[in-house]
Design a protein around this ligand. Structure first.
Ligand SMILES: [Zn+2]
Ligand SMILES: [Zn+2]
Length: 343
């Protein structure tokens, strides 16, 4: 089978390689991968700006069909349509974080696609407890968005309360930002989405997902739009998904007194900011790192109910052999979520 492999440390060193199909051990589940989304993390592994353990197969946001189950596997059956919580591939299982379901903070954690083999290939082997059955009425394309949906659900639903009627500024309309937007629109918030001219494709998707106001900050003054829309008060909540200094600064500036800022984007370097604004406006600041065990239960409920609109976010489906072009699209931001499949 072909697999997109990071063969050694350093920039790049990623290519399609021939790998043997894995046999299924007694305690594992063998899944035929159908769709894997390209995530910012995959690009970071390519650039070597996210910790990775080569040789390793990239890809972690996926759906598929169970091809084989080991003799000791009890609940998962051959033919089940599934998605997988790849973040827990390796954890200690016994630290205080693991015990409470906050696996992201386990010091021994290694997720699929960077710490252990991922899903940009035909078959993956996973533990039974990592497997989530996909509702019958949900497409496997949408099911591949379960992991980024979990990131959005934690940010929007689990850290603090965002209420119906709140005005929210969402800065950075990448795939996670767009899923956050979809959740906010579903809740009935008024959402202002801000991006740069490079985000024009994504800003169009934002309109389709129910954004109330779109702001291209390369052409328009975001602060005047925010003040006009909020009677000069500022927004109740800011959700920062761009991970960029100017975006963080303008989010905090757009926030009203006693407002809440949720940080979803990763900056990856030091930035300059007016730190006192947090004190003077008495801002509540929330950082959101991926998701926890409880998030996944809510994600599966959401997918089952089919109330959240994810379809417009998937803009491309491409074969794995076109991975270079697909990665490039993501770098250029001229896409929503790009799905790759081995067929
Ligand atoms: Zn991801
Ligand atoms: Zn642990």
């Amino acid at each position: 089978m072909k697999a997109l492999l990071k063969s050694k440390p350093g920039f790049g060193n990623v290519d399609l390689e021939d790998m043997p199909e894995p046999d299924c051990p007694a305690d594992l589940v063998k899944i035929e991968v159908r769709f894997t989304g390209i995530c910012g993390t995959d690009l970071h592994v390519y650039h070597d700006t996210f910790k990775n353990y080569p040789p390793v197969i990239l890809g972690h946001e996926f759906s598929g069909v169970v091809a084989e189950v080991g003799a000791d596997v009890e609940k998962v059956k051959v033919g089940d349509r599934v998605t997988v919580l790849g973040s827990t591939a390796i954890t200690c299982g016994s630290c205080s974080y693991c015990k409470r379901g906050y696996y992201m903070f386990c010091s021994e954690r290694r997720g699929m696609g960077h710490g252990t083999d991922g899903s940009f290939t035909k078959y993956v082997l996973v533990r039974e407890d990592m497997v989530y059955r996909v509702p019958d009425n949900l497409s496997l394309e949408e099911a591949a968005l379960a992991e980024p949906l979990a990131c959005a659900v934690q940010a929007i639903e689990e850290l603090t309360t965002i209420q119906v009627g709140d005005t929210v500024l969402l800065s950075g309309p990448g795939p996670i930002g767009l899923i956050c937007l979809s959740l906010l629109a579903m809740k009935g918030c008024k959402v202002i989405v801000a991006g740069t001219s490079a985000d024009h494709v994504r800003l169009e998707i934002a309109k389709e997902l129910g954004a109330d106001i779109i702001v291209d900050v390369s052409k328009e003054d975001l602060q005047s739009v925010v003040m006009k829309e909020t009677d000069g008060q500022g927004v109740d909540v800011t959700v920062e998904c761009a991970g960029a200094g100017p975006s963080i600064n303008s989010s905090l500036k757009a926030l009203k007194n006693l407002g809440k800022h949720i940080q979803v984007g990763i900056v990856g370097k030091e930035i300059t900011m007016d730190y006192d604004v947090i004190l003077y406006k008495q801002i509540q600041l929330f950082g959101s790192l991926a998701h926890s065990m409880k998030t996944w239960d809510r994600v599966m409920q959401l997918l089952e109910q089919q109330k959240i609109n994810l379809k417009p976010i998937i803009t491309h489906k491409m074969p794995l052999t076109n991975w270079e072009k697909a990665f490039d699209l993501c770098e250029q931001k001229t896409c929503g979520k790009v799905l790759l499949s081995h067929e």
